[in-house]
Ligand binder design. Structure first.
Ligand SMILES: [Zn+2]
Length: 302
């Protein structure tokens, strides 16, 4: 049985037909409409187009899952508000899709979808799981007892806004010292600039400089990874999950990120030294596809 995942972003909408183990049959991507009101129709067109190109009949599709970059009502199947897309408010997108195709449709925020995607394709049979994504900010999703932790307005798991430095840098959320002000890729770039890097600086360029043996880049990354590790260690202590997955484009750097974070968490997390079981920390498998694959699995949560 196949499902369709839709990942609505501020810039692009991605759509994919996904098999039950998470393999993408066919995917597509199109610019997000200028106004939110046009999104449901665009999603319908993308689904029609995918089915046609893949030669898949709608009767083979069990459900459609939709991830959105904002607040949604998972019970009503509506987008409540996506602040980064104009006019993207109070849209009954699940009703629209399910009436059009006569399939069940589900919705959740994009970070929860990404968490669910990584959770579902994991090699570990876990029931407690934390996903952390390092990007413009630091996002996340939490799965406990096999269920997405949604919270009262489907926005639980906002791990980027735990405070790691009181009176630290000001965050968009209104507080100071949030983890994402130190551990996001945006923060890494800011830290590199403060260390004297000029011109076009990106997460990728800093890692490339480090790979070329640049000492300053090495120091900046070392410090940034300490910030990343502080928060990951908090996740271990709070949830003691079976697994923590680090995602976002920067996670493609792999062991350069993973090794120091694991060493830090291993040193400082609270554990039973008699127990051989520890939280496994790994890098994302799905990278940019986590959202669209996870959206296709939303039916497992409803
Ligand atoms: Zn914050």
């Amino acid at each position: 049985m196949k499902n369709i995942g839709i990942d609505i972003g501020g810039t692009f909408i991605k759509a994919a037909i996904v098999e039950s183990k998470g393999k993408i049959v066919l995917s597509s991507k199109t610019p997000t409409p200028k106004t939110g009101a046009d999104i449901p129709q665009k999603v319908i067109e993308m689904i029609d187009d995918l089915l046609q190109k893949a030669g898949v009949n709608i009767s083979e599709i069990k459900s459609v899952g939709i991830g959105v970059p904002g607040v949604c009502d998972t019970k009503k199947g509506t987008i409540v508000n996506c602040p980064n897309i104009e006019g993207c408010k109070n849209i009954a997108i699940c009703d629209y899709v399910s009436e059009k195709f006569n399939v069940k449709a589900y919705i959740d925020n994009d970070a929860n979808c990404a968490a669910l995607g990584e959770y579902t394709v994991s090699d570990i049979k876990s029931d407690s799981f934390v996903f952390v994504t390092l990007g413009t900010g630091v996002g996340g999703g939490i799965i406990l007892g096999g269920r997405l932790l949604r919270g009262i307005n489907s926005a639980a798991g906002e791990v980027g806004h735990i405070v790691i430095k009181q009176d630290g840098e000001r965050c968009n959320c209104g507080r100071r010292g949030c983890w994402e002000r130190y551990a996001s890729v945006t923060a890494l770039v800011r830290q590199a600039r403060a260390a004297g890097f000029t011109g076009h600086v990106s997460g990728r360029s800093i890692f490339a400089d480090k790979a070329k043996g640049n000492k300053k880049a090495d120091e900046v990354i070392k410090k940034w990874l300490e910030y990343v590790a502080e928060g990951i260690c908090d996740m271990v202590n709070i949830f003691q999950p079976d697994e923590i997955v680090i995602g976002g484009g920067i996670s493609r750097e792999g062991d350069i990120i993973l090794d120091p974070v694991k060493a830090f968490a291993d040193k400082y997390s609270i554990k039973d030294t008699n127990s051989p079981r520890n939280t496994q920390i790994r890098i994302s498998k799905l990278f940019n596809d986590a959202g669209v694959v996870g959206a296709s699995f939303l039916y497992t949560q409803n």
